[in-house]
Ligand binder design. Sequence first.
Ligand code: SF4
Ligand code: FES
Length: 326
Amino acid sequence: MSRVKVTIDDVTIEVEPGTTILNAARQIGGDVVPPAMCYYSKLPGTGGKCRTCLVEVAAGSEKDPRPMPKLVASCSTQVMDGMVVKNKTSERVHDNRGGVVEFLLINHPLDCPVCDQAGECHLQDLGFEHGGAGTRYEEERRTFDPIDIGNKIKLHMNRCILCYRCVHVANQLTDKRVHGVLHRGEHAEISTYIENAIENDFSGNMIDVCPVGALTDKTFRFKSRVWFLKPMDATCECSKCSGKAVVWMFGNEIYRVTSRKDQYGEVEDVDGKTGWICNDCRFDKKDVSNWNIEGPRKIDRHSVISQGHYTSPRESAQKRIADGSK
Ligand code: SF4
Ligand code: FES
């Protein structure tokens, strides 16, 4: 089948039929890409839960150029030939995304100052870009005690936005069917059934897919703010996974190990397969001698981690000379 043409924020691209608006936008890249809190390209079946990826369809297709009356979830709407989409150029999208963020923050506590996810939390970024200065919510927020999911993962249900990503990790990386969310609506919560997934060597990947600080690594909790650490690409000899990870260092100490993530916070492909890492690499290899350190990891998300690094005037001048600029 021939490729279809779609225009997103005035940029036109041709993509394979069946591509979603979100993935077409990712092929363009940059700030035309809508945020995604629940869709995760490496986990089939994700998406359609959080509504942060809403976009305006100003023309449905070449054959039927009428606009779609409601905003649509770009992660689960396929492009049509001649479709015209607005993301950052739409005021409606901006307003509605602010509404979605307000909903997501109804129960989510603003405990960023003590949350391990701070600095790499997508909800924190969204709150910064779209959130209001105050809350209109007057009812009591629902609260849960933190619980242990095995001996290495802590669940803070208060922070969970029910994106279901961890449930898909549990479903897709275990050979038993494991449900993760019990109840519905106001009572929905990640259930202790998910503890069944801890027997799996890859359960730690739940931490990497969680867009907020609901699932945290107990070997790293409260050890450091992430922006004080140096992320380094590293490899190790591992028979269970690719052994390619990012080690987060403070001086010569490894404080935590994560998988390698791309600019959307998704686990990158390694040697043609999704680079999930095993629990041994993540939780047990905290000694530099376990790893072959390849070099600094570039964190190119608009995260605080990749900003505010001090560069001495001499280094800046040397860089300018090397770049040939003044
Ligand atoms: S614990 Fe995290 S990954 Fe799991 S549903 Fe909640 S927010 Fe999503
Ligand atoms: S990313 Fe599309 S609905 Fe969540």
